[in-house]
Write a protein that binds this ligand. Sequence first.
Ligand code: HEM
Length: 160
Amino acid sequence: MDALLEWLSQTALARWMQNAIWAFPIAEIVHIFGISVLVGAAALFDLRLLGVGRRAMSVTFAVRFLLRTARVGFVIAVSSGALLFLSNAADFVANRAFQVKMLLLAAALANVLIFHLGIYRSVARWDLNVPTPLAARLAALFSLAIWLAIIAAGRLIAYV
Ligand code: HEM
């Protein structure tokens, strides 16, 4: 692991992130933009699963519109996050808040997979103007809680 981290820190991109004075702040600004698009769209989708707007917006439309937007935010957050990570990989790997954040990120992605491979397959029965099944509402509550926890862990990286 140490050899990999040492190798990462010697790459041209890592050196650029370490030496270019604006690289880290710009990557962090882009990171926060990606997070706001991802978590904003995901939270709106979770609210729809909890029944908000169920007479006006079908769940399948919300998946097409909001989850596609969240995916774009996710790609921006992960790619800018990887740049931030490269700037000081060894320290971030040892950082407790960063470790917790990566575990929470894995749990958030597992929740998305379980939802899409599970309850979402029966969406035709609860697509519009009917209450969503308990499993979908639990997935939404878990998602809201876990993205909040990821943001908290991300913010705490600089403090631990
Ligand atoms: C995709 C979901 C993600 C979310 C919601 C998220 C959230 C956050 C938040 C809220 C911060 C604090 C920003 C600040 O206040 O300045 C942060 C910082 C950070 N994130 Fe992420 N992040 C995500 C993914 C990633 C990934 C995949 C990586 C690395 C591979 C990463 C690496 C970092 C690093 C290194 C920092 C610390 C920057 C510093 O020292 O201030 N993030 N993240």
